[in-house]
Design a binder for this molecule. Structure first.
Ligand code: ARG
Length: 462
């Protein structure tokens, strides 16, 4: 069936698009999410057109009021979106024409969909940066609560997922506070960099109308207008930076999700996730599955996929706008939704989870976790060079292994059999509590240091 030519740009066309052409070309199915930003941008543009005398005040007033009517129809769910009208920009403008008539046609003066979509999308991504920062803030507070409660609870610290040295629960929780703070910083940096307004770049070259780009930039909360019209319509760095920041943040969430999966297993039992954050098995009644953690771990794949996909879309495009760029939005929408959901779920899980202090303490002492403390004692007390102390300690570990016991269970005679100079004092450093208490170096795991960090972060977060 031949359709009639597009009412917005079909002047030189005798026939409308093939149905499949229309399907591949249309973005309204997803860019309807930009409705509010589109209308904010258009209202700012109309006000500027009137202020600069390009259109009359009464036309601008009709346009600005009419756009609010259109917005309320969209938000009220009564708006009839049309695929033939391709995208949110033409859907809104076409409806505006029905609502206010002739003045609607003046809105698109000194503007193009190229700068229009650029400003809409920037506004949307800018909002998402703020949402991500707020979501990260909530999760940081959940980790801080856990850290404060368990500042001195001992647990194994791992490298290679092998027991390394005892650490405190609070210290482990605070490691995520540090990661999340950097994540929030990345969103803040990206937000500051993207906060320039592309509106007024028009199709690509700017416009011959005497527009005031500083006025529209200020009205939309941007710091300034973008400086190069070609760059303005072809740049999607802001979306890529959002996706990159999202990818790194999601990677952090995924690492803790992985720890939760391990820690909540019957073999570890370090944490118990609350009923609200566990699921059961339809066949194995004993199961408490950490599904949310597993799904968070998987969300990072989607988010990083979006980052790579948009990079691939952009990397081969000659300046300026190409329709390829319409493929930016779904990736960013999906990544933003995934990140926000993952942040909210992680905040819920962390807030509700219960550490199993006994299991943590038992595991902290297992696996010769205080071997380094023993080696340090040999250096400090007997004056051995560290390399030799390391060797002696290795022999003591082997002796304990042969006896089937842990280091503190060796007798003094066992120890002196390995190095004659060892005295009974050594047992003081073999306990895990003493071990963590001794790690007072700045950034170390000692409860005192952890409490300082908790207090410092509470003060910073306000
Ligand atoms: N729907 C388009 C997009 O998302 C809007 C810009 C269209 N511009 C154009 N010259 N066809 O990119």
């Amino acid at each position: 069936m031949t359709q009639s030519a597009n009412q917005m740009w079909g002047g030189r066309f005798a026939a409308g698009p093939d149905a499949i052409m229309e399907a591949i070309n249309a973005s309204i199915g997803f860019d309807k999410r930009l409705a509010r930003q589109d209308i904010d941008g258009s209202r700012a543009h109309a006000a500027m057109l009137a202020a600069t005398g390009i259109i009359t005040d009464s036309d601008a007033e009709a346009i600005r009021e009419g756009l609010l009517t259109v917005l309320s129809e969209i938000e009220g769910g009564t708006f009839a979106f049309s695929t033939a009208l391709e995208d949110i920009h033409m859907n809104v403008e076409s409806r505006l024409k029905e609502v206010i008539g002739e003045p609607a046609g003046r809105l698109h003066t000194a503007r193009s969909r190229n700068d229009q979509v650029a400003v809409d999308f920037r506004l949307w991504v800018r909002d998402q940066c703020d949402a991500a920062i707020a979501g990260i803030d909530a999760l940081m507070r959940a980790f801080l609560d856990q850290a404060e409660a368990g500042a001195e609870w001992v647990m194994p610290g791992f490298t290679h997922l092998q027991t390394a040295q005892p650490v405190t629960w609070g210290h482990h929780m605070m490691a995520y506070v540090e990661m999340l703070a950097r994540d929030a910083g990345r969103f803040r940096d990206a937000r500051a960099r993207m906060n320039e307004c592309p509106l007024g770049a028009a199709a690509l070259a700017g416009t011959s109308f005497p527009i005031d780009r500083h006025m529209t930039a200020a009205a939309l909360g941007f710091d300034r207008p973008t400086a190069n019209s070609l760059d303005s319509v072809s740049d999607r760095d802001f979306a890529l930076e959002f996706l990159a920041a999202s990818s790194i943040c999601a990677m952090h969430l995924s690492r803790f999700a992985e720890e939760l999966v391990i820690w909540s297993s019957a073999q570890f039992r370090f944490v118990r996730l609350s009923d609200r954050w566990s699921t059961g098995s339809s066949i194995m009644p004993q199961k408490r599955n950490p599904d949310a953690a597993e799904l968070i771990r998987a969300k990072v794949a989607r988010i990083m996929g979006a980052n790579v996909a948009l990079m691939m879309v952009m990397k081969g495009l000659a300046l300026t706008y190409s329709k390829d760029m319409q493929e930016d939005k779904e990736q960013v929408f999906d990544a933003a939704d995934s990140l926000m959901l993952a942040l909210a779920a992680m905040t819920g899980m962390v807030g509700d989870m219960t550490a199993n202090r006994d299991a943590l303490a038992r595991a902290a002492g297992a696996g010769f976790s205080t071997a380094t403390d023993l080696a340090d004692w040999l250096v400090r007390t007997l004056g051995l060079p560290f390399r030799e102390a390391h060797h002696v300690t290795g022999s003591l570990v082997a002796a304990a292994e042969a006896k089937g016991c842990d280091l503190p269970d060796l007798t003094l005679a066992d120890m002196q059999g390995v190095h004659a100079g060892i005295t009974g004092d050594v047992f003081g450093v073999l306990g895990v509590e003493n071990s963590v208490r001794s790690r007072l170096s700045y950034g170390g795991t000692a409860p005192e240091r952890v409490r300082e960090q908790v207090a410092a972060w509470r003060a910073r977060l306000g």
